[in-house]
Design a binder for this molecule. Structure first.
Ligand SMILES: Cc1cc2nc3c(=O)[nH]c(=O)nc-3n(C[C@H](O)[C@H](O)[C@H](O)COP(=O)(O)OP(=O)(O)OC[C@H]3O[C@@H](n4cnc5c(N)ncnc54)[C@H](O)[C@@H]3O)c2cc1C
Length: 417
């Protein structure tokens, strides 16, 4: 995908061609806008293609759950909507409680999920083991089964949306870093790139780990923290099948699913690497991020009783990226504070690849119609969680990351809410 020319004008410029930016560009183009989708690197080349590709429909609040459920529906119709391929499996997911308080959390989640019309139930332990045969349930207290969860090939989401947007007339421009957001009387008037100026009254900051730096080009402040997240895939193992259930272990913050004939394991360590990309060279890319397999080995040891299969197993793939954490665990979506014409989509909290289809549609709809189709106040770019002092922001984001599968009630208190 290589944009042939840089247009002098566009209705909307989208900065960043990961899942969130590409989805937004697609829905804007489908609404008839003339869109330019820019990336400083290759299309869809940074955090998005490195994701695990899991949907986790049942979230900590109703709004996020409704958005995640809408995203799964859009994943199911992705090929028809975009004309682009998407390999996805729908084995459902298991959420495993090893502690009493997490067993209670699961009961609450099932009640909330059913209230929202989701196909979710507690699973007897023998049923859980049938759905994921590598799971040992001796020390397990309870398991929840969410039947419609999917996993997919992550790069196909941004690549598919970007190609589909291009077919709808969008200018897709890789290797075109935005160096300046041009304002006129305080409002957005366009962008200056390494390949020239594009005039536009609407600019979307979908720059992933670089979101803060891009917002700052227009004088906007959005507090979130790029946080290293990694996964590994074992060599092929006898007995692994693609239809085995995604499995999450709450207290360990570990997820497992089938991949390439082996098992994928990823997770959320208590002391993640948090980064400020303002301190990295302009040409820094996610491929330059230093990874640490020992973090994953430690996480694997923490679930050894449930997944002894990971003991001493060889690894065929190890990858990682820089999703952005927010201090309250909610995404960031909407108009930027104090800069008319600038829109923000990010704060993915390690869930923005599979929710991109819904989040992109929401933001595009808001831009085109002038109002959001649902109450998105909890995701406002300017809210308590995005305006915390830097040290508090960093610590709250760490807590969110380190307790990824915990309900807000069982998490340590933090100052973001
Ligand atoms: C190991 C791992 C596992 C994950 N698992 C899951 C999962 O199971 N499910 C899930 O939903 N999510 C998962 N995620 C999170 C997911 O990857 C992110 O939520 C998603 O990729 C965010 O997309 P994005 O578009 O914001 O960021 P990116 O994909 O990083 O895209 C941002 C783009 O902006 C561009 N850019 C930055 N600055 C500029 C500039 N000045 N000018 C032009 N372009 C610029 C960058 O080059 C980049 O291409 C995982 C992430 C990792 C790393």
């Amino acid at each position: 995908m290589n944009g042939a020319f840089v247009p002098a004008r566009a209705d909307a410029v989208v900065i960043g061609s990961g899942g969130l930016g590409a989805a937004t560009a697609f829905y804007l183009a489908r609404a008839g806008l003339h869109v330019a989708l820019l990336d400083k690197a290759a299309v869809a080349s940074q955090s998005s293609p490195r994701a695990a590709g899991l949907s986790g429909t049942l979230r900590t609040d109703d709004l996020m759950t409704q958005i995640a459920a809408d995203a799964v529906r859009r994943i199911e119709t992705f090929e028809a909507d975009t004309g682009e391929p998407l390999v996805f499996h729908q084995p459902g997911s298991l959420k495993v409680a090893r502690r009493e308080e997490h067993a209670e959390q699961l009961l609450e989640e099932v009640a909330r999920g059913r209230r929202l019309g989701l196909d979710v139930a507690m699973a007897p332990l023998d049923e859980a083991q049938r759905l994921m045969p590598f799971l040992r349930t001796e020390d397990v207290r309870a398991v929840m089964h969410m039947r419609t969860d999917v996993y997919l090939e992550p790069r196909q989401i941004p690549e598919g949306y970007a190609r589909a947007a291009a077919r709808l007339g969008a200018a897709v421009l890789p290797y075109t870093p935005v160096q300046e957001i041009i304002t006129d009387g305080g409002a957005v008037a366009g962008v200056r790139t390494s390949r020239g100026v594009i005039l536009a009254g609407t600019v979307v900051d979908a720059a992933g780990g670089w979101l803060r730096q891009v917002a700052a080009l227009a004088g906007a402040k959005v507090g979130l923290v790029p946080t290293r997240h990694q996964l590994m895939v074992t060599v092929p193992l006898p007995g692994v099948r693609p239809d085995q259930a995604i499995t999450r272990i709450i207290d360990a913050n570990v997820y497992i699913r089938p991949e390439k004939g082996g098992l994928m394991l990823g997770g959320y360590e208590p002391d993640p690497v948090q980064m400020d990309l303002a301190g990295t060279p302009a040409d820094f890319e996610i491929k330059d991020l230093e990874l640490d397999l020992e973090v994953l080995r430690r996480l694997a040891r923490s679930v050894e009783a449930q997944f002894p299969v990971f003991r001493d197993v060889a690894v065929q793939e190890h990858r990682g990226g820089l999703p952005t954490m927010t201090a309250d665990g909610e995404h960031v979506l909407g108009p930027a504070p104090d800069v008319p014409g600038l829109w923000i989509i990010g704060g993915c909290c390690v869930g923005g690849l599979t929710t991109a289809p819904a989040l992109g549609a929401l933001l595009a709809g808001w831009i085109v119609n002038g109002q959001a189709s649902m109450d998105l106040a909890s995701m406002a770019p300017k809210r308590k969680a995005t305006t915390l002092p830097e040290r508090e922001l960093t610590e709250c984001c760490r807590l969110q990351y380190a307790h990824h599968y915990w309900s807000p009630a069982s998490m340590p208190a933090n100052g973001a809410n």
